[in-house]
Design a protein around this ligand. Sequence first.
Ligand code: PLP
Length: 383
Amino acid sequence: SSWWGHVDPAPKDPILGVTEAFLADPSPNKVNVGVGAYRDDDGKPVVLDCVRQAEARIAGNLNMEYLPMGGSNHMVEEALKLACGENSEFIKDKRIAAVQALSGTGACRLFADFQKRYQPESEIYIPVPTWANHHNIWRDAHVPQKTYHYYHPESRGLDFSAMMDDIKNAPKGSFFLLHACAHNPTGEKGHFPFFDMAYQGFASGDPERDAKAIRIFLQDGHLLGISQSFAKNMGLYGQRVGCLSVLCDNEKQAVAVKSRLQQIARPMYSNPPVHGSLLVSIILSDPDLKKLWLKEVKGMADRIIGMRIALQKNLEKVGSPLSWEHITKQIGMFCYSGLTPEQVDRLTSKFHIYMTRNGRISMAGVTTKNVEYLANAIHEVTK
Ligand code: PLP
């Protein structure tokens, strides 16, 4: 008898599976608008100049010692200032329990485990749609899930009234997962807002502006949690650098919460990786490198905004009678195109265009060279 004979292969990850299929396609025309990683106008991955400069500063000087369980204090300090504001009273009052996390995914997972352990009866409300991995993360942490309305298929925008209804109808003290660059929904029911901020700077080009929702919640006196990722806004995808913060009632509580977060991390991965966190702390604490970073984030956001305009224009140019206004109305790295799973399948089989079957287009994969081809193909499958 075999130990593992009963183990079936796992279903393909809906996002990472798209890249696998793309790589296996030999067509010279193929286009990947599936994966959420930034590409330049030649479709190439980008390493930011500020990152290269920070790397040059540490080259040869770095020892390879372990970080503490909670990661680099310097990086965490800088990440908090970026999320909550340079002069945040909550930082000064030491009311935020914060630890370095394994990028945004790790920060969400650490929080989900913390939630399960210290609010064991609670559930998490997740928006529809969301990043598919959110469901996996809270499932594996054994936190029951509910969903709330967010997207309105007809307008391809926010379904504000349905979202507010869901929030009002949720039991008092529910946990809500919010995307930080989205609208400001919780309030009177004493819910706990948990912000996933994976794209600070990517929506508007300005990290301060993209943190607005968090700043408003802080001002309004909410206690909240934040997951930050430096994967997208610093292009540090594979470095796995992020931060989890939980705003507490006072310093004493924050010390206790931080110690528990570290306790959860210890048997999972012991302590987080050092290289990426050093790059982040150097870039955010050096005025020149920070200025360069802000310019580079804006450059990435502007290219994406430009591609939204170009895609909409090209759809009009090829004579599509449908409304494509939502392409430029939506912000961030993705466009919820409204394409059906069947239309996406046809884009792939006829035109070698790869995206997730929910019609999510990664605008970072659109370039001046492929935008016309993409628009024409979308027109063909939506006729
Ligand atoms: N949250 C959202 C909404 C995302 O889209 C992503 C990545 O695609 C993440 C979190 C996590 O990314 P990472 O773990 O690479 O920081």
